[in-house]
Design a protein around this ligand. Structure first.
Ligand SMILES: Nc1ncnc2c1ncn2[C@@H]1O[C@H](COP(=O)(O)OP(=O)(O)O)[C@@H](O)[C@H]1O
Ligand SMILES: O=C(O)C1=C[C@@H](OP(=O)(O)O)[C@@H](O)[C@H](O)C1
Ligand SMILES: [Mg+2]
Length: 244
């Protein structure tokens, strides 16, 4: 574990990729036994968190897999990537694993096998990774979930057993704006209903928010936050709750 300082901001680096026997972004390790590593289920209020860590107050090493959940375009993939860089731990994007194993884009999977076919692949990949990174000796890794991975009870149970989960939330207008701007939406985010986009996002947020709440221990409203600010809040929370 090292701590340093760049642009006035504490940067934490854990030496965990090597301990894990993996490099960032590579596919993994030996299988290990599943165990329950989930901790406090209560959501924390961010203003109660400690002051920014400093070299005098170094952060301990991340000791568990960390999951990111939230609606489409809440920033899970972007935040996971940056968080992995900051913490020096591997990052897994569940959608990328599905696309790689299916050798097809998410839009193609939806059109060939329907949403149910995609959800089956999602459960398969989630189980596969959770088994490898949680257990008696949990591994430090950031797992970016797809926005619908919390829909199945079995998936929520896998996450709860595996490690802490952070919910990235955003208001409807922000989500719609990001979805429209993101060129990846056309192949990564096929329509989930026959409704116009605004109505779809509003309806699905209403049904999914209780599930994001249920599976997570920290909620961050990302509507007005940069990726860096979101990462800082997560690192702060992890430092207090899920590090050695
Ligand atoms: N906090 C943020 N501020 C501005 N743009 C963001 C933010 N988070 C994500 N985005 C943008 O939204 C789009 C979707 O982000 P992504 O990380 O793929 O989200 P998710 O994985 O939750 O679907 C991308 O174009 C990304 O640059
Ligand atoms: O919300 C959803 O149901 C989905 C979200 C997408 O991931 P992102 O949340 O990363 O966009 C992707 O898994 C798929 O299009 C389904
Ligand atoms: Mg994503």
């Amino acid at each position: 574990m090292r701590s340093g300082n760049a642009s006035g901001t504490a940067i934490w680096q854990c030496d965990l990729a090597l301990e894990c026997g993996v490099e960032t972004g590579t596919v993994l390790i030996e299988s290990i036994l599943l165990d329950n590593v989930s901790g406090n289920r209560d959501h924390l209020v961010l203003h109660e968190l400690s002051p920014e860590p400093s070299p005098l107050n170094p952060a301990p090493s991340l000791a568990v897999p960390v999951y990111l959940t939230g609606y489409r375009a809440s920033g899970k993939t972007s935040v996971a990537k940056r968080l992995g860089e900051q913490l020096g731990v591997p990052v897994i994007d569940l959608d990328a694993e599905i696309v790689s194993s299916a050798k097809a884009s998410i839009a193609e999977i939806f059109s060939q096998s329907g949403e149910a076919g995609f959800r089956d692949l999602e459960t398969e990949q989630l189980r596969r990774f959770a088994e490898r990174v949680s257990g008696r000796e949990p591994r430090a890794i950031i797992v970016s979930l797809g926005g619908g991975a919390i829909l199945r009870e079995v998936n929520r149970a896998v996450i709860a057993k595996s490690g802490p989960c952070v919910w990235l939330d955003a208001d409807t207008a922000t989500i719609i704006g990001r979805l429209r701007k993101d060129s990846a939406s056309s192949h990564q985010r096929p329509g989930l209903t026959d409704l116009p986009l605004e109505q779809e996002v509003e309806n699905l947020l209403a049904t999914r928010r209780p599930l994001y709440q249920q599976v997570s221990q920290l909620r961050i409203d990302t509507s007005d936050l940069s990726i860096e600010e979101i990462c800082r809040q997560i690192v702060d929370w992890l430092g207090q709750n899920h590090c050695d």
